[in-house]
Design a protein around this ligand. Structure first.
Ligand code: HQG
Length: 186
């Protein structure tokens, strides 16, 4: 179980880097990165962390997390996926594994079957590399999630762009229903 203190900091980091950089007075570049010292100052200014948040604490958050949500490069930090801010954060297009999964709620299935998988509030559709991760993602929406199996090879072949989030998370543009099937309906 992740320490509650680390989890709280992680949630604020996600909020700032994925959803509301304006609230923190920070600017993301086209790949979603922002200057790390400025980011730390902004988080301290908004949340009054005691003791004050430091780079070491942020590294502790990242090392102890259940998922790789952030990346630090050249003293800049970004969220690797999950963005909802207007515009599109650039990700390098990549060839996905042949099969990916998506865990979702039973109540979303009629709409998903009709309209396909849509990014909804986020910039991209989020897919999982393995069943267990998909189940965890779906469990956030429904105690008995539905797992979709995605024919990522066929979708990619048909011209749909895919991007790497982290080792377990792939992103893609909207995905028509012909590229997935329901694997597990509880
Ligand atoms: C559903 C977490 C109706 C979709 C996770 C999903 C992930 C539709 C929900 C990451 C639909 C959106 C993202 C349609 C899609 N009609 N519902 N046509 N198309 N949906 O939270 O994928 O812990 O925005 O199935 O682990 O659940 O925050 O996306 O259920 O990696 O790091 O609309 O967020 O990561 O929900 O999760 P979300 P998600 P963190």
């Amino acid at each position: 179980m992740v320490n509650q203190d680390l989890k709280f900091i992680s949630k604020k980091m996600s909020y700032a880097l994925r959803h509301n950089p304006d609230k923190y007075g920070i600017q993301l570049d086209e790949y979603g990165y922002t200057d790390l010292p400025t980011f730390i100052k902004a988080l301290n200014r908004v949340h009054h962390f005691h003791p004050a948040l430091t780079k070491a604490k942020i590294e502790e958050v990242m090392v102890n997390a259940d998922k790789q949500r952030f990346e630090i490069k050249s003293n800049r930090i970004c969220a690797l996926y999950g963005h909802s801010i207007p515009g599109i954060i650039k990700h390098q297009p990549a060839t996905p594994p042949a099969v990916l999964y998506h865990g979702t709620a039973r109540r979303f299935i009629p709409s998903i079957e009709k309209l396909g998988l849509l990014p909804m509030q986020r910039q991209f559709v989020h897919l999982s590399t393995d069943l267990q991760t998909a189940y965890q993602v779906g469990s956030r929406h429904d105690a008995k999630p539905v797992i979709l199996q995605i024919d990522a090879a066929a979708a990619h072949q048909a011209g749909i762009q895919f991007y790497v989030g982290n080792d377990q998370v792939w992103l893609c543009d909207e995905l028509p229903a012909r590229f997935f099937k329901i694997l597990k309906k509880n």
